[in-house]
Design a protein around this ligand. Structure first.
Ligand SMILES: [Zn+2]
Ligand SMILES: [Zn+2]
Length: 347
């Protein structure tokens, strides 16, 4: 006769959704194949058109409202192997590609370059980021528990099983802001919010939270900055590059992005990308993020941008809780006002 098998008792892991979103976003954006090794060459707005290139699409020229246009140029790395260098807001400028015809982009503030970085990479980024989160959860043999910490100091623990997590697709009815990103030399053009897309599909992840206090649904939108500065979160005063907030707050945010919205679809799984190379890349991103999460005790990352930080005397950490680490003072300030001030406890 067999007795109970002790090895069948497995403790469920708890993962922090805010940290996971930070890592997934960092790994996704810094290796995005469409923008890989491309540097910012020129920026245009509704006030200043492009100078170094002619954009012939009427979607750009005829658009009357606010708009942002970005020209990126792919560079060839001189040193073999340096292809591994991640693409980041901090290395988005390169003298190699700047055009003397264009306005000076070296004067743009780091936070503006960060917005441009996410706004361009956010194109179609919602489906990718949702799929990558799904793959990340698939890497666990048993659905982990999710710790959800909101910017307002509320905390929930919920299951990541399909009954608690759903993918919600909203149709945004006329996005207010037009974004055009061109990657040279292959001339790939990515447009968000143009007049030929009166219904713009946007996917987010929705989590069941605490059923007793009204905030029964929490939204995670990792591609919120596709719509520019207005996509910063989490919460209303956030300076972070993604959104994690109650569905009520999220709906108010959507009304700043578009004239209206409709909930178009709810599902438990995103259809895989027919492009095999894309699928392979998304799995790689999910695995990298999981590796980093598991090594969180030894390898720290910036609490604002998710960049891995080298350990050593130069490592900057929050002097109060001694548990949060940052690239620099600016990223510390942005993380503080967005999220950390509600979660920092004296050590
Ligand atoms: Zn940082
Ligand atoms: Zn702290």
């Amino acid at each position: 006769m067999q007795g109970p098998d002790e090895s069948e008792i497995v403790e469920r892991e708890t993962i922090d959704l805010y940290d996971i979103a930070l890592l997934l976003n960092y790994e996704r954006a810094s290796s995005e194949p469409r923008f890989r090794n491309s540097k910012l060459r020129e920026v245009a707005t509704h006030e200043f058109d492009f100078r170094s290139v002619m954009i012939k699409t009427p979607l750009w020229t005829a658009h009357k409202g606010p708009k942002d246009g970005f020209i990126f140029q792919r560079i060839k790395r001189a040193i073999p192997g340096s292809d591994e260098e991640p693409d980041l807001p901090s290395n988005i400028l390169s003298p190699q590609v700047m055009s003397s015809l264009a306005r000076d982009i070296t004067q743009l503030a780091p936070s503006r370059l960060e917005t441009i970085y996410w706004q361009a990479r956010g194109h179609d980024g919602c489906f990718k980021s949702v799929a990558i989160l799904q793959y990340f959860l698939d890497l666990y043999a048993i659905n982990p528990l999710l710790r959800i910490r909101l910017a307002n100091g509320r905390e929930y623990v919920t299951s990541s099983s399909p009954t608690n997590l759903s993918i919600v697709e909203y149709d945004l009815l006329v996005v207010k802001h037009l974004t055009l990103a061109v990657v040279l030399p292959d001339n790939q053009t990515y447009i968000t919010g143009s007049s030929d897309q009166p219904r713009f599909r946007h996917a987010v992840v929705s989590f069941e939270s605490h059923p007793y206090n009204g905030d029964n649904e929490i939204i995670l939108d990792m591609a919120s900055m596709q719509f520019g500065e207005t996509g910063r979160g989490p919460g209303r005063k956030g300076k972070s590059t993604f959104v994690l907030e109650s569905v009520g707050d999220y709906k108010k945010r959507l009304l700043t992005v578009a004239g209206g919205f409709e909930k178009a679809k709810v599902s438990s799984r995103i259809t895989p990308d027919p492009n095999q190379a894309n699928e392979a890349w998304m799995w790689k991103v999910a695995k990298k993020a999981k590796e980093r999460w598991e090594k969180r005790g030894e390898h720290h990352w910036c609490g604002h941008c998710g960049r891995p930080l080298a350990t050593g005397p130069a490592l900057k950490r929050c002097s109060r809780c001694r548990q949060a680490y940052y690239c620099d003072e600016e990223h510390q300030k942005m993380a503080w006002s967005s999220h950390h001030k509600s979660w920092c406890r004296p050590a």
